[in-house]
Design a protein around this ligand. Structure first.
Ligand SMILES: [Zn+2]
Length: 332
């Protein structure tokens, strides 16, 4: 794995590679951006490039140094993760003891501090001393998706590299290269992942959300006949954390949008490719105005989720308004 394997981050990678090319490296970097978009892959790729025996700006992937970094056994590479909930001062002290040792192969020592927002105050202070006077042979890479939790004194010592959410197309391209993923699920998973590869893999591995998707589809298909089931479903969904409820609401939304698209004769852009046949039949069950109202209801429910109301009530109301568009169960 090297810089070439990271998708959708050309701006961030261009900045890093320019620093390597121009030998203008900072002693410390802060890689920020959403979870699961390639920050850690970029950090490891940087470690490769800085130690590659072929001097390849990408890391050649063949020399003994690149291979050792890939296997995480290179003496110059240290990756720190939280122990429990925090990155503790002892972990930073161990790094420091190690960095005082001479380099006996490669060119740069690289510390990758993942989930840097979890540094304790003491650990951050200890790290700050190194950031203030970084040894020339060391590059420190802090990784975080919540930079506001880092002390400003730390941030000000780092060169900041922003990573963006991935585009749906990038996620879909990455998923296509993985084994064991049914092709028909790729469009829907890419859309539900909200720009994060780790979210996409979670959706596939955990399967629970995809099972709920089946239930939601069944509800939409059978409509009023399953009104009771809607209450059971709402109760179960309401116990999930907000970001998961939002994913579930997006599932409902994407079904409704697909039906709308099919109704308008557009079968190219639909997301739920695996359900296309059934969705085609369902388009007869919904009038245009019914669909538009239902879509608006789901959008509104997503908004209300953040307004500190009972999630169960929001979900129950949503389903009732989807089944009975003529009723106004909540104002507006
Ligand atoms: Zn190499």
């Amino acid at each position: 794995m090297n810089f070439n394997d990271i998708r959708g981050q050309s701006l961030a990678l261009e900045k890093i590679q320019t620093d390597i090319r121009e030998e203008n490296l900072s002693g410390a970097y802060l890689f920020t951006g959403p979870q699961g978009v390639g920050k850690k892959m970029a950090a490891i790729s940087l470690a490769k490039a800085l130690n590659c025996k072929q001097n390849s700006i990408n890391g050649c992937e063949r020399c003994s140094s690149c291979i050792k970094i890939e296997k995480m056994i290179h003496p110059n590479l240290r990756i720190v993760n939280p122990e429990g909930n925090y990155i503790k001062i002892e972990q930073i002290r161990r790094l420091k003891a190690d960095s005082s040792l001479k380099i006996y192969e490669g060119r740069k020592k690289v510390w990758i501090i993942d989930e840097a927002e979890k540094l304790t105050q003491e650990a951050a202070n200890s790290l700050l001393k190194t950031l203030e006077e970084p040894p020339p042979h060391l590059v420190i890479i802090l990784i975080t998706h919540i930079p506001r939790l880092l002390p400003p004194t730390i941030i000000s010592r780092c060169r900041i590299i922003h990573f963006s959410p991935l585009r749906d197309e990038d996620i879909s391209e990455i998923l296509k290269k993985q084994k064991n993923i049914k092709a028909e699920f790729i469009p829907i998973v890419s859309q539900l992942a909200r720009g994060s590869m780790s979210e996409a893999l979670k959706l596939i591995e955990e399967e629970s959300i995809l099972k709920e998707r089946e239930r939601a589809f069944n509800l939409l298909q059978r409509g009023k006949a399953l009104a009771k089931e809607a209450f059971t479903l709402s109760e179960r969904w309401s116990t999930q954390k907000n970001s998961d409820i939002e994913t579930l609401l997006n599932i409902v939304l994407f079904f409704l949008r697909d039906i709308l698209l099919l109704k308008m004769g557009n079968d190219v852009s639909i997301i739920n490719k695996d359900k296309e046949g059934k969705l085609l039949k369902m388009k007869e069950d919904f009038s245009l105005s019914h669909l538009c109202k239902a879509i608006e209801t789901v959008e509104k429910s997503k908004f209300l989720l953040h307004a500190n109301l009972s999630a169960q009530l929001i979900l129950e109301t949503m389903w009732m308004r989807i089944f009975y568009p003529e009723y106004n169960l909540i104002n507006g």
